[in-house]
Design a protein around this ligand. Structure first.
Ligand code: FB9
Length: 497
């Protein structure tokens, strides 16, 4: 029966009855599957109040497949009773029957059979009566006939326990006539077309009412990784503070820019294999501003600009080694050198947020790569107070107001400070970054004028992201084990605690 015919049949049936009709009874009277009738009811429900349909639940008992088998063959105990010949049978033979184990114990408890344990060759089983009443089969027949109400709860429970019966909940609809009931359903239009308006044919049509509660289809779309969401937040903070983003699109860097230009000596432990990833191909860089390189070599090996230097034999081969940059301060060095080439110095505020790579011990919060955030301010006569002020403004925008500083050491900044913030949730001071004033041995070989000071600071992107999204193990945030659903579900807007 087509869907439309079924809808018409339901409406006609509804016309004939007083009150209402049940969808399951309708399906039975039309000899149709109940789900077909439910589908037609749902279609009719979309019409303007032609019918009303209220969902109802009916619990009833049905025979399981095993129950149907018992109804056909008799209960397990009846099958065992029937299998015993007049002169009895060995228990071992009886147990070989498919229903032997279950049937034997039930038949014994019913006292339908008896056992002679003194028989030679093992226990022998006899019938203990001429005829039996197979009540299990009788009860199953009553249920099959829809008379399950004649069984009490204990009887049903016992049959359910033997997996012969199951309780089934059937969801049906109680259907009644709506205020606009009709046995002839006029198909409603869903679109008002320009032609209808032009020729006026809309006037003879019924339109389906808008369902303003309908939920829109959630479009498939891309999802930003939490790291990228927090990167955008940091980028916004820097831009609000008037900083310009540095070009960080070179993961590979020479040791010269990553270390030497920052006055980091060639024998510094950070420059060996266990802290840094060096490249084997191409292993070396060859393009350097040679006049600048000579000044760097001199300040390392002999000193200069008021510094005694490190007094070692600086080698260009060490500076030529290519590596994966260990910090974005290498980019800051390139930008400051470029700034120094200007005819006239102009103050700048730079920032960068990008990946850096360190061959370090991995743990729950550290991987071999992370995103470093770095801010740099270059101007005449900047002081440590200016650095503390810009840090206070930066971290306040992050929601971190209580800052403390601890003297630290970096090869390229003096003085240097570790930055701490009081974490209300953890009730303790946590390190939120590092900072300092770039040394003259770094700035003056670049060609920056005397008196120009550069203050800078850095932190990671992963730590604040993990805290903001409540992630404890960095491998849940980045890496091949990340659950993509976390990416889909991570909110863009958080009400940070
Ligand atoms: O990010 C770090 N901690 C942090 C930052 C923000 C934050 O926000 C919360 C939401 C409120 C929470 C925590 N740290 C720096 C401190 C520690 O996590 C530390 O264990 C790990 N550090 C990284 C380096 O570890 C190998 C974080 C990373 C770091 C450290 C120093 C710099 C950059 C990144 C720097 C610098 C610098 C210094 C002077 C001049 C220029 C750059």
């Amino acid at each position: 029966m087509a869907e439309r015919e079924l809808q018409d049949a339901l409406l006609l049936r509804l016309q004939e009855v007083d009150g209402g009709a049940d969808s399951a009874e309708m399906a039975a009277s039309l000899a149709l599957d109940h789900q077909l009738v439910v589908g037609a009811v749902k279609s009719l429900q979309t019409l303007d109040d032609v019918i009303k349909a209220e969902q109802r639940s009916h619990k009833h008992w049905e025979l399981t497949e095993e129950g149907k088998d018992i109804l056909e063959k008799g209960s397990h105990e009846a099958q065992v009773f029937d299998a015993i010949p007049p002169n009895g049978i060995a228990q071992s033979e009886l147990m070989k029957l498919p229903s032997g184990k279950v049937g034997f114990s039930k038949a014994m408890s019913n006292k339908w059979i008896r056992i002679d344990k003194s028989a030679e060759g093992g226990p022998w089983i006899y019938k203990a009566m001429d005829d039996i009443d197979d009540s299990v089969k009788t009860k199953l027949l009553l249920v099959q006939q829809g008379k399950d109400k004649t069984l009490d709860d204990k009887e049903k429970k016992d049959l359910k326990k033997r997996k012969l019966l199951s309780e089934v909940t059937l969801k049906t609809y109680w259907i009644t006539k709506g205020s606009s009931f009709s046995t002839k359903v006029v198909k409603q239009d869903t679109d008002l077309t320009p032609e209808m308006i032009a020729n006026g044919s809309w006037q003879g049509r019924k339109f389906k009412s808008y369902n303003f509660d309908a939920q829109g289809i959630i479009p498939d779309c891309g999802h930003l990784h939490p790291l990228m969401k927090v990167r955008t937040e940091f980028r916004q903070i820097f831009l609000e503070m008037g900083f310009t983003e540095m070009p960080t699109n070179n993961f590979i860097e020479s040791s010269f820019w990553n270390f030497d230009s920052l006055f980091q000596p060639q024998q510094h432990p950070a420059r060996d294999q266990h802290d840094t990833f060096f490249l084997s191909e191409p292993a070396t860089a060859t393009e350097f501003p040679m006049d600048y390189l000579e000044r760097v070599k001199k300040v390392h090996s002999e000193g200069g600009y008021g510094s005694q230097g490190y007094n070692y034999d600086w080698k260009i081969e060490e500076a030529q080694k290519n590596l994966l940059r260990t910090h974005t301060t290498a980019v800051s060095a390139r930008m400051l050198y470029k700034l120094a080439q200007q005819e006239v110095f102009t103050p700048v505020k730079y920032f960068s947020i990008d990946r850096v790579f360190r061959n370090e011990t991995l743990d729950a919060t550290h991987l071999a790569e992370f995103h470093q955030i770095e801010g740099v301010v270059a101007d005449y006569d900047l002081t440590l107070g200016d650095l503390m002020g810009v840090l206070q403004q930066f971290f306040t925008k992050l929601g971190i107001t209580k800052l403390r500083y601890k003297p630290a050491f970096n090869p390229y900044t003096e003085p240097s400070m570790e930055i701490f913030s009081y974490h209300e949730g953890l009730k303790k001071w946590v390190e939120v970054g590092n900072s300092g004033v770039f040394r003259p041995e770094m700035l003056l070989p670049m060609g920056l004028p005397e008196g120009v000071c550069v203050i800078a600071w850095g932190l990671s992107l992963e730590r604040p992201t993990m805290i903001k999204y409540g992630i404890n193990n960095i491998r849940e945030l980045v890496g091949h084990k990340v659950n993509l659903q976390m990416v889909y579900d991570s909110p863009v807007c958080r009400l940070d605690c």
